[in-house]
Design a protein around this ligand. Sequence first.
Ligand code: MIG
Length: 663
Amino acid sequence: MIQHYRFGHPIHTGAVLDKPTMDITPVKDFPGWDISPSNGSLSKTLSESMRVFGLGETVRGMNKRGWIYISNNTDDPNHDEDKRSLYASQNFILLASPEEEEVEGIFIDDPGTVRFDIGYTELNRLIICSESGNADIYRFTADSADEIVRQFRAITGQSYIPPKWAFGFGQSRWGYKSEEDIRAVFTRYQDASVPLDSIYLDIDYMERYKDFTVNTESFPHFSDFVEEMRKSHVHLVPIIDAGVKMEEGYETYEEGCEKDYFVKKENGERLVAAVWPGRVHFPDFFKPEVQNWFGHKYQFLLEQGIDGFWNDMNEPAIFYTEDRLKEVFEEIEKYKNENLDIQSYFAFTNLVSTLGNNPADYRRFYHEHEGQTIRHDKVHNLFGFYMTKAAGEALRKMEPNKRILLFSRSSYIGMHRYGGVWTGDNKSWWSHLLLSLQQMPALNMCGFLYSGSDIGGFGADCTEDLMARWLSLAILTPLYRNHACAGTRLQELYQFQNLESFRKIIELRYALIPYIYSEFMKAAVKNEMYFRPLSFIWSKDSRAYEVEDQVAVGESIMLAPVVEQNHNGRAVYLPESMKMIRFKAWNDYTEEILPAGTHYVECRLFETILFLRKGHVLPLIKPAKTTAELDYASLKFLCYDADPKDYTLYNDDGFTRNLPFTF
Ligand code: MIG
């Protein structure tokens, strides 16, 4: 059942479909909740056994109890335990307990700041607060978590489906500068016979960081180069940033100015911010004509053979604005001849250190939205969504018959219809290895099925053992991309000693593609999750609710990866008997049936263990250099008290849109 309650006068975000496929009933209260429209809050006492799941891409565990999360999209490369906001606002939570029959979901559709105080102020109280007091609130009730998720997707829409090659291994690094750099990556992987489907182009492929340009000095024959890679079935995936460089003669800039497509301040002047290109304007993605314009700009790259993109810096990230910079210099001037006491010393240093992503700057500009002029901060969390919607809709028009890879850093619910997400600038930390696993079910719950973290970690130096464990933990994660920050230790697999062993992990990934693709498609089409917390399946098992480092993936598999350094194994909880499959390589594995309960399971570096559920099947295929070259005639099936016929395998040409999917 879906109920709707409204606070104030919320704006229409597009998160909820115009034509939902389930009924929504307007109500005057939610049973069991205290609602206070005057301060935009709703709250509820949580029983001890109640768990709170969801919120997509946030810090901490799958059970969100015991912290306060604030939806306020922020470019913050330090995903520490005390952070309240990251890049995305996915305001959907689910409440479940082994002691209760009813499961409940709450979605707050409010693109401004929303606080989820989940046992922070009061240990056993959940307080959700819309700062502006304008929000559409949906309450879902059902007898299972899976049903709540289906209801949620029935009103917010089906998840984005990427092309099949997007499930292959991708190599990325901020710092590849030229055709030669990219070719070297390709060659080294080829020489090592490591499968690879994509190489990513970070901001250096552009001419002075200008969107929809290619640096012709470092990529003199871009389309030929794209074609050269494509002959080996390797796709190049360029980045697109939200800010448009201010530069005379630059078409996108000049056109945007002429047509009045950039965001403006109260005085009517265009906002001048600074990001990688230097001074930029932000397109007003809230206007349909701007979405259409910006989206069609991707054509420049499509024409050169590109068929995948990642949208970055779209919170939007601001290094500084010209206005703020001016204010700061004026303030500094005042301190010049003063004797700085401790207070003024802190105030002084603070001036410069808070230039980036400053809240004052997000209050400086406006959007035109459905006939209204709205100050940015009130709709801040929609910016990345609308940029990606712009791209997604235009790509559908420009390539009506071909799926294009698209994922974004910033997001809001609704964006899951247009693209996937990656989890931003994590670090090469063991704690982030675990975090990356915990974020997946939360993202899936909110509709973001195509997702993944930067494998090996983005910031900081990656060690060989961390890379091995990460590749193995993410073995079934849809986006399977090794990415790192400029200046960190090189972490392409061939930079490490045991390249052979890395090859075996990547080959196992490719052996699992038929399962990954089938299960992803089922989840997308049936409005379900691909990654699930164990408690969503074993909902009466109170132990299952405590498991924070194991997940179910698709219908057949449970993962229990090693997430600690220098461990050669770990304790694994099995809610029921499962078959443990220990892979040393895709074609070198052992199978062992384990009873329900807790087991210490050895798992050495470079081994991957999959737990096959009873009554289920796991298809395996002979790996190939790319997903395009997989030979489905080589399929075989591992079973635990099941028959290969019990498994619905899905396959298609890997790129056609609008297939008549049915399961
Ligand atoms: O301020 O384009 O999250 O993946 O490599 C950094 C450079 C900008 C942030 C992205 C990261 C990307 C980087 N970008």
